[in-house]
Write a protein that binds this ligand. Sequence first.
Ligand SMILES: [Zn+2]
Length: 47
Amino acid sequence: MSYIGGGMYHAEPCPLCGRTLWNGRCENPDCHYHWHPKEDEEDEDDS
Ligand SMILES: [Zn+2]
């Protein structure tokens, strides 16, 4: 895990609609990932 925090948003192309995913959430409100963000990083479990 090397990209936690830092204030930068993680952007990547949406695999469904081709727009931009911001931290796993698509900018396109018609897209599945807008409402159900792709979560690569889960809540940190304090272990
Ligand atoms: Zn999308």
